[in-house]
Ligand binder design. Structure first.
Ligand code: SF4
Length: 60
């Protein structure tokens, strides 16, 4: 959803997905920025950074 939004620019659709009534704790809101995923990602993706950006841009 995030990369589709970045490619298409369809923020409304991305916000719709992001703000769906998922059970608490299963979307980017659940990330506390602990950083434990960072050394485990072989692609060195900044996962907490991306999730924080998602929250800033898409959270209703
Ligand atoms: S996504 Fe990474 S930084 Fe966020 S809670 Fe999970 S392990 Fe921690």
């Amino acid at each position: 959803m995030w990369y589709t939004y970045k490619v298409t620019g369809n923020k409304k659709a991305a916000q719709g997905y992001y703000n769906m009534p998922y059970p608490r704790g299963v979307n980017a809101d659940a990330c506390d920025g602990c950083g434990q995923c960072l050394p485990k990602c072989p692609m060195q993706v900044n996962i907490p950074g991306i999730l924080a950006e998602m929250r800033r841009e898409l959270k209703a």
